[in-house]
Design a protein around this ligand. Structure first.
Ligand SMILES: [Zn+2]
Ligand SMILES: [Zn+2]
Length: 258
């Protein structure tokens, strides 16, 4: 069984737990770690878990809302890390034999116990950002946040997933009218910034298929977006009711099956 739980999403912090269970041994991997240690401990404790129950952490890129306490997870709990070489360099992660940092790149499949991951390159203003797909050999899950525009490469990587977490960061009109300084507006809306609701919906229209069961809108801007705008865009793209669109924000959401 493959399932996932968003622990937090948005500019204040991003972390997603993915879990495979073969009936005997669970595999649990944290994707991004944009929480303080206490916050992470509290989020894991809600499932009776602690950081020692993590088999690994994958870091998509070095922005502050994705890294949080990752260095402490490695140093104190010996949780191994997988990330790109560029992200590892930006984070200055020390190489520790007890908590190794594994470098992975675009298309380089790797396994953490019962889960297999395939990272892929995305356009974002970080050193070597990756997003990823994951499978337990039966079901497939995809994650794509922090993306300036949707590429054919990203779409081909995400094709066929049964569950998808997809950034829907901003509404262009709210962003244009916001109190953000101009340089930040340009950055967010730019080719290496974040996906608008319309960009996310256009990607969904391509990725939609009969066995795509679960879609969660993620990394919503608290200032430049509104949940009802995301629900409207996703519902139109998926052909479902607005009330059926799933979102994750600051406080995450509970387990969802893939
Ligand atoms: Zn982010
Ligand atoms: Zn970012």
């Amino acid at each position: 069984m493959l399932r996932f739980r968003s622990l937090a999403s948005g500019s204040s912090g991003n972390a997603t737990l993915i879990e495979a269970h073969d009936g005997l041994h669970p595999t649990r991997v944290l994707i991004d770690c944009g929480l303080g240690l206490r916050q992470l401990q509290a989020a894991l404790a809600a499932d009776g878990l602690s950081p020692t129950d993590l088999d690994g952490v994958f870091i998509t890129h070095e922005h502050g809302d994705h890294i949080g306490c990752v260095a402490m997870l490695a140093a104190r709990y010996r949780v191994p890390i997988w990330t790109s070489a560029g992200t590892a360099q930006s984070l200055k992660l020390p190489h520790d034999a007890d908590a190794p940092v594994h470098h992975v790149g675009d298309g380089q499949v790797f396994a953490i116990r019962g889960l297999e991951f395939r990272p892929f390159t995305v356009p974002h203003d970080a050193r070597e950002p990756l997003q990823l797909c994951c499978t337990d050999g039966n079901r497939a899950w995809g994650l794509m946040t922090d993306v300036g525009h949707v590429t054919a490469h990203a779409l081909s990587n995400l094709a066929g997933v049964h569950a998808l977490v997809l950034e829907s960061n901003h509404d262009p009109d709210l962003l244009a009218r916001s109190a953000y300084p101009d340089f930040l507006k340009r950055r967010v809306a730019g080719q290496h910034g974040h996906l608008s609701n319309a960009q996310a919906a256009a990607a969904l229209a391509v990725l939609r298929h009969d066995r795509l069961n679960t879609v969660v809108a993620a990394h919503l801007s608290e200032r430049n977006n509104r949940p009802e705008l995301v629900a409207r865009a996703f519902a139109a793209a998926l052909g479902c009711g607005e009330q059926d669109v799933l979102l994750t924000q600051r406080h995450g959401r509970g387990w969802l099956a893939v």
